[in-house]
Design a protein around this ligand. Structure first.
Ligand code: FAD
Length: 487
């Protein structure tokens, strides 16, 4: 019998539409599935606490699914090239199949592994498992990367959609697996205090959970998606983001399911969002420094403030601005936040508080279950005005107006800020402007039961505009970094 192939799982923890698995199985070969936790390779971008919780459960689900198909999952922790070398030695494998990665550290690792394996006569095959299209498929007319979303999305749509999803294998050929670590020994879940109760109540990590989430979204929310997606008080979006990040469902599969279910307005709006994800990955591919440095280099000269107390108030949901505090509480309790509210809380941090976007990015990295290097960095830079196709810096979100527009009855605020639960819809968005009688009636004592705002919104806005004017007058806002690192 021929030697088995190694399947090196990355951010593609699924069996259906798994191009690397499909290719590894070709010709009836047995497959040794492996996941390696290589925190040193990821460096500063090793998974944060919420992602580690998700990863634990996703790996457990993948293990179960593989066993049900007749296989299993080998777990190893440490240096990827050394572990893969040992596994090829013990199994006799001459081929390793893996998904393509966009993270700069993962691409560096791919190159190191490919070189090390080549020297041993082992081939590393990288398959597309994460994105809808390959980086070589989506280019400007002159063959370069896009810097603006709309032409990027048009170029994607002109490709006529991603390929049809591949089926999951009915069964896996039997193979003797090398030794595996015990998942529980990796300590991915919190010990004490156990802060993950809200995550457990909200999510079902794994491929089966992703399938159910997609099915429910198609049945219940897709038709109204275009009209309701900006409302945090409604369950109007798919909440597929962590499932997509960990690759428990492929973006191609979601694309085709949505097209089949609602080709109209709801489906079109949803595909636009999937293409924002694709755009972020495209940006990260061509600008590997995006998670750390502004795409418009002049923004490095912004007069950012180092205000630990205000940063902590923002992180804890104690800013005194209800929509912001509700969002930060939703994040803390569930590991997720509605997109509109992400924009509002991010805008308050980088504009009204003038705290660097990287501080917000780092907090999201640790607390989001969908923390994703491409989406997180691209979105923070977009809000800060220093990214590709960014929100103009002079457009400073007014969190009170945003709150009134998108959470009109205050339902979302009441859910996550119980101290304001009794305040009426007219005053809940800006309690510091409420008449004393309304506060007394709702049992709110500003500064005691609920904080006063940590920043005056009008002067915070003016300070942000001054800072921006300074960077703009120096002629520093216009230039994107030259693309680098794409290959
Ligand atoms: P839906 O509205 O159902 O959209 C479907 C899918 O499209 C999402 O699952 C996601 O994969 C993609 N998508 C939707 N909106 C965006 C967007 N604006 N940019 C890129 N892709 C999008 N998303 C992450 O997945 N990980 C992050 O770490 C992340 N950080 C963010 C930080 C900030 C400051 C902001 C403003 C946005 C961030 N987003 C991030 C984008 C967006 O908020 C989430 O993808 C979305 O809220 C996920 O919810 P959903 O699955 O219900 O989205």
């Amino acid at each position: 019998m021929s030697a088995p192939a190694i399947l090196w799982f990355r951010n593609d923890l699924r069996l259906a539409d798994q191009a690397a698995l499909h290719a590894a199985l070709a010709g009836g070969r047995a497959v040794v599935p492996v996941f390696i936790l290589d925190a040193a390779a990821a460096g500063a971008w090793a998974p944060g606490a919420a992602s580690r919780w998700w990863l634990h459960h996703s790996l457990a689900a993948l293990h179960t699914a593989l066993r049900q198909s007749g296989g299993g999952l080998v777990l190893r922790r440490g240096d990827s090239p050394a572990i893969l070398a040992e596994l090829t030695e013990t199994t006799g494998a001459t081929d390793i199949y893996t998904g393509g990665s966009a993270e700069p550290w993962a691409r560096r690792l791919d190159r190191t592994v490919a070189d090390a394996m080549r020297r041993r006569g082992v081939a590393l095959h990288r398959m597309r498992t994460m994105t809808l299209f390959g980086p070589e498929q989506v280019q400007t007319r002159t063959g370069g990367p896009f810097q603006v979303y709309t032409p990027f999305a048009k170029a994607c749509l002109a490709l006529g959609g991603p390929r049809a999803p591949l089926p999951a294998p009915a069964a896996l050929p039997r193979v003797t697996l090398p030794r595996s670590d015990r998942l529980a020994d990796w300590d991915l879940r919190p010990r004490k205090p156990d802060w993950a109760g809200g995550l457990r109540a909200t999510w079902t990590p794994g491929e089966a959970g992703a399938r159910r989430r997609l099915r429910d979204f198609l049945a219940e929310s897709l038709a109204a998606y275009a009209d309701c997606r900006d409302r945090p008080d409604l369950e109007a979006t798919s909440r597929l983001s962590p499932h997509l990040h960990f690759g428990e469902v492929s973006a191609a599969r979601v694309w085709h399911a949505v097209q089949a279910a609602a080709p109209g307005k709801g489906g079109e709006a949803f595909i636009r969002e999937l293409l924002w994800r694709e755009f972020s990955l495209h940006l990260l591919w061509h600008h590997p420094t995006m998670p750390e440095a502004p795409l418009r280099p002049g923004f490095a000269a912004m007069p950012w403030r180092d205000d630990r107390a205000q940063l902590r108030a923002w992180q804890n949901g104690e800013t005194g601005i209800p929509i912001v505090d509700a969002g930060m509480q939703q994040l803390w309790q569930t590991g997720w936040m509605h997109n509109r509210v992400r924009m509002i809380v991010a805008s308050l941090l980088v504009k009204h508080l003038l705290i660097p976007w990287q501080a917000g990015e780092a907090w999201f990295w640790d607390t989001l279950v969908d923390a994703d290097l491409a989406n997180n960095a691209a979105s923070w830079q977009w809000v800060a005005g220093c990214g590709a196709d960014a929100a103009p810096y002079f457009r400073v979100f007014n969190p009170v107006l945003q709150s009134r527009t998108f959470d009109p009855d205050g339902t979302y605020i009441r859910r996550f800020v119980p101290a304001l639960a009794e305040l009426d819809a007219a005053h809940i968005h800006a309690p510091w402007q409420a008449p004393a009688a309304a506060l007394v009636q709702a049992g709110v004592v500003l500064g005691t039961s609920y904080p006063r705002p940590i920043v005056d919104l009008a002067s915070g806005r003016a300070r942000a505009l001054d800072a921006y004017a300074m960077v703009r007058e120096a002629g520093l806002t216009d230039f994107l970094l030259r693309p680098s690192g794409g290959r």
